[in-house]
Design a binder for this molecule. Sequence first.
Ligand SMILES: Nc1ncnc2c1ncn2[C@@H]1O[C@H](COP(=O)(O)OP(=O)(O)O)[C@@H](O)[C@H]1O
Ligand SMILES: [Mg+2]
Length: 317
Amino acid sequence: LFTCVGRRVGLINLFRKSAQRLGLKLGVYGCDAERLSPALYVCDDHEVVNSVREDAYINTLLDLVKRWDIGLLIPTIDTELPVLAENKQRLIDSGCEVLVSEPRVIRACYDKLNTYRYLSAHNVGTPKTCLPAEALESEDFEYPCIMKPAHGSASRGIHKAYSKHDIEFYSHRHKDIIVQEFVEGGEYTCDVFVDRGGEVRCCVPRQRIETRGGEVSKSKIVKRRDLIDEAVKAVNSLGCSFGMITVQELLANDGRIMIFDINPRFGGGVPLAIHAGADFPGWIMQSLLGKQDHEQVDYYNYQDGLIMLRYDSEIWL
Ligand SMILES: Nc1ncnc2c1ncn2[C@@H]1O[C@H](COP(=O)(O)OP(=O)(O)O)[C@@H](O)[C@H]1O
Ligand SMILES: [Mg+2]
């Protein structure tokens, strides 16, 4: 069951492809609060559900798990991670595994000031981050800097601030905003797979060449050891559970690697990593069936340099 399935048609198709290759019979189900979410209509069955913000959300999911006999729940957006993490045991008791980490991990990733504090405490490279008041008090604060919502997503509400005046302006306009060192350089996203025992098995860095509405539209695999090592270090320090973690990195012009956003779920650009040979869907399904033999999988046998160019497609109702 893909929750908040939205536009994840590519990911669903890749799950089907992996299942077919492994000779598994797979049923794909989807739910979303928005009736016109395209991916609903490529599922074997779907349901339009209440919003993640409503208390009834988790009970609705428990009903769907029972109705369709769901064995695995795959969250796709950040806002549902806290409620799924808090209720993971209830879903497991209904026979459904959930690809979500502990509430402690979700809290560390969900708030960007927490992410900064966590990563810097664990000696992982991360851009200096603080509340607006602290930046305003500081005499040697460097400009330009980035201002963004602590709980933001999809690149919404992001501003570049060039002065104390800008910081004051944006902090009055938005509550919940933080100030972060601006890092000039290349941007990379790493898809990290954590096995059922909590061990990191694979990390695929991909360059973010172009984005549309906060989601990557052009991307290229760049198999660089330093990008991999820093992302793995971040995920290990967090202690993530079974599933996917998406780690965003900036490779500064001076060579430093800075991690600035972690989404503990399948990232939007993950089809590129899967196409390149990182068979996350297959590894996850095999693990659930107790068939994953780690000795036999070369987790880093994915294709370097592969490029993904996305375009619009249509669903007709
Ligand atoms: N400190 C920074 N330096 C330079 N660019 C940044 C910085 N923080 C964010 N950005 C840019 O803004 C985008 C969105 O920021 P991010 O922290 O990932 O927020 P969101 O939760 O909305 O994804 C990034 O993909 C990057 O292009
Ligand atoms: Mg991000």
